[in-house]
Design a protein. Structure first.
Length: 632
């Protein structure tokens, strides 16, 4: 006898081991087919990744730079068509400014050490120059060495960086050139501080002033009462003088100033003196509007971004907290800025143990961290990712710490959802493939025996077994078709009443009464929710035996609602209430209730069987509060 099974095989009919030989041939043929199918599927998968990747990618020949393959992102970035790029060199397309620029990447790339993030300027088809980061990896395809070149356009990023540098430099120059005198009096109105600007402004050195009473220096100030304003400041009142013209008889210097008298408060909030700020009005008026505008602009940017941004000084007190950060804790920036962690009576205290990381940042180190916290409003877990970085002044001296924190809750939950869905899809694929292959092996075995069988009755018996197994394969294929979209589509809001009604339409209920009391209940679940209800009702019809009534309703609990589907059949054996949701338990495919549980689990729903054996089955679907609502 001869057969074609992925090749040409000859089976010796006279051999006493022909049965074993046949089984071996079948197994080898199936294995070969699996390998071929797997390789083809993997190649197609990687090809699709290359084509759909949003990053510009190309395969080139190292020596010549000729493009072998390019993806859509490459064509969009450079403006060429597939025909214009494939088979041509980067030099032909005038992409790089010179051969040496491309060689920077090529020479730096080896199989063990790929080239990463080389910043170069390149040209597009319309001669537009863009700045990009290039990376290269060595690949081998059919024994040929190729370079995988990736390009990330950072032109906008570079433009933004330059604009930020220019803005920061502009503000820094303004701050470094502002002239302002500082005087500090103690509670006895003696001079404690007389800064350099005051020396330049008055011509009087600090050594002639410090430690002496305030009346030792009496400039002529038109329209000001210095002793009175000092006393006001010691009482906690801040005063701003009018625009003043001053004249110092001892040095002959004169000009216009504005003076601010402020209480000097220590860490215990006790007034221990007065701070007097003496400002040149001309300098102030020249720079004030621009400075305020830039500060407001910067603060507006900080408060607009959906990222938690805060700054702390060397005493670990907040000097800035943006709106995104404060709104997460239901407080305002004014309740945060100027205070330490311990002084803020909110969940900020949860961060107090970060003192060690703050210390490392104050020493000049970048300190990344991940954090889980309970949202004070929703009481749900939030996942945060942040970094403490040194905050430096214009001289490079570390004056504090800047903290940037990103809420990655949605990303974490999305990753977990994708992992869960991929796991379920992989499981479904492996289950159906395994079952169909086993059944197919059985069919082939029965047919092989039937061909050799001389007795007609025996031959018919094996043919019938092959037919029954083929029917099972058909059921498995239909089952796979019904569940191929598990987790693929986004969850949606379902009207529970409509879902139940649609699910039972195709079922033969006969004289069985159906009682449904789901009101306007809406449930957020996978689009296959209707299939879940179908499975539960179909399960009652198949195995309930004496079912006369099926009912569905719901009840409310503190943290959830429970959707109930029950019947009055024979129920589920006590020892099987958990096992019925496991893979392979039950008749036919043994997967109906297993995948019912998996579909519900996609959006956080759960199911259990709570009926009483002999009185009927009772399935309870638990739905958390955030996953249900009433339509009206």
């Amino acid at each position: 006898m001869t057969a074609f099974l992925d090749g040409y095989f000859i089976l010796e009919e006279k051999s006493e081991h022909w049965g074993l030989n046949l089984s071996s041939l079948i197994n080898n043929a199936v294995k070969c087919q699996k390998i071929v199918s797997g390789v083809t599927s993997r190649d197609s998968f990687y090809k699709e990744i290359f084509e759909k990747n949003p990053i510009s990618m190309s395969l080139t020949i190292p020596e010549s730079g000729m493009f072998v393959e390019v993806n859509k992102a490459f064509l969009q970035a450079y403006g060429y068509t597939q025909e214009e790029a494939i088979g041509h060199r980067s030099f032909d397309l005038n992409i790089f400014g010179s051969k040496e620029e491309r060689d920077l990447i090529i020479t730096a790339c080896t199989r063990e050490h790929p080239a990463r993030d080389f910043e170069l300027k390149v040209r597009t088809k319309d001669n537009k120059t863009i700045t990009a980061l290039f990376s290269a990896d060595v690949l081998y395809r059919d024994g040929q060495e190729l370079f995988l070149i990736t390009m990330k356009d950072i032109s906008k990023q570079k433009q933004i960086e330059e604009e930020i540098k220019e803005t920061n430099l502009f503000i820094s120059n303004i701050l470094s050139n502002i002239t302002e005198g500082i005087i500090v009096y103690d509670v006895a109105q003696g001079y404690r501080v007389w800064n350099r600007y005051m020396e330049e402004l008055t011509g009087i050195p600090a050594s002639d002033i410090l430690g002496k009473p305030s009346d030792v220096f009496n400039p002529e100030l038109e329209g000001d009462d210095t002793p009175f304003l000092i006393r006001e400041a010691l009482q906690g009142i801040t005063s701003i003088s009018k625009d003043l013209h001053y004249h110092i008889p001892s040095t002959g210097k004169s000009g216009w100033v504005s003076v601010i008298y402020t209480p000097y408060v220590d860490a215990s909030n006790t007034i221990t003196g007065v701070i007097v700020s003496v400002r040149d009005i001309n300098e102030r008026k020249r720079y004030e509007n621009e400075l305020i505008a830039h500060e407001l602009h910067l603060r507006s940017i900080i408060d607009t971004v959906p990222v938690w941004i805060s700054c702390l000084n060397r005493d670990k007190r907040f000097t800035l907290a943006n709106i995104s950060m404060c709104s997460a804790f239901n407080i305002t920036p004014s309740l945060v800025e100027g205070k330490s962690f311990e002084q803020i009576n909110t969940d900020f205290k949860e961060f107090a143990h970060y003192d060690a990381m703050l210390d490392r940042a104050l020493q000049g180190r970048e300190v990344p961290f991940d954090k889980e916290m309970i949202d004070p409003t929703s009481k749900r877990t939030k996942y945060l990712r942040g970094r403490f970085s040194p905050l430096k002044d214009v001289s490079g001296k570390i004056e504090g710490v800047v903290s940037v924190v990103i809420d990655i809750t949605d990303l974490i939950l999305a990753q977990r959802t994708i992992e869960s869905i991929n796991s379920k899809l992989h499981l479904l694929s492996s289950i159906t493939r395994h079952d169909i292959l086993n059944s197919l092996t059985a069919v082939l075995g029965y047919l092989a025996i039937a061909i050799e069988e001389k007795d007609p009755d025996e031959r018919n018996s094996y043919l019938f077994k092959a037919y029954q197994t083929a029917v099972l394969i058909q059921e498995q294929a239909i089952f796979s078709r019904d569940y191929q979209d598990i987790g693929v589509n986004k969850p949606v809001w379902h009207n529970a009443q409509a879902v139940f009604s649609n699910a039972i339409k195709s079922l033969k209920l006969g004289d069985i009464s159906v009682e449904v009391s789901l009101d306007d209940l809406m449930v957020y679940a996978d689009p296959l929710l209707e299939r879940v209800i179908y499975n539960l009702v179909d399960n009652a019809l198949r195995y309930g035996k004496k079912v006369t009534r099926i009912s569905s309703y719901w009840r409310r609990e503190p943290d959830q609602i429970v959707w109930i589907i029950e019947d009055d059949g024979v129920g589920v054996v006590s020892g099987m209430k958990d096992q019925i949701f496991e893979k392979g338990v039950g008749h036919n495919t043994g997967l109906g209730l297993f995948l019912t549980r998996e579909i519900l689990d996609i959006t956080g729903l759960s199911i259990r069987e709570t009926g009483i054996e002999g009185e009927g089955a009772r399935f309870e679907i638990s739905i958390p509060n955030e996953l249900w609502k009433l339509q009206n």
